[in-house]
Design a protein. Sequence first.
Length: 163
Amino acid sequence: MVYISNVANVKRKTEIQPTKQLKWISGQRAALKSIGAVQSDPYSWLAKTDDGYVFTAEIDHRDRARNKYQHLEGVFRKEVPPVSAATGDSLPRIKHAQVFFNAVEGALSDKMPCRLLLEKGTKHGTTPGGVRGAVDGDTWMVTELSGDVENGFQFVLERVAQL
């Protein structure tokens, strides 16, 4: 299953830089709480607010090839490797991957404005000192999605002007 979308009707900012200074908060839950976002469980791959999804970008991820955050360009690209029982993944991991994929797919098809939580110091991060998060003050949209959970998928989030 492959999806590609074009957001030509979305006005991109001419200068792709955050409009608000990033405020780093100790702990993922505390950072999410600062914007009223909640996760369905502590291991979920995304969170929700009343208005939409909050995706996370581990900006210091060890696997930089699959997690590309370009601050000045306002682009985040993420590649999720295949997740399935055939590859030995646990049922909770498969469920989290499917929920995450469905959220990305829904955000793309509905052209839903989303938020992006930047994270450092996570389990797969390289920054010492524990998990810290900062919510980008602007709106983001899923602009591309390809693949599926069982075979792996990738998507692109872009910072856009308020709709």
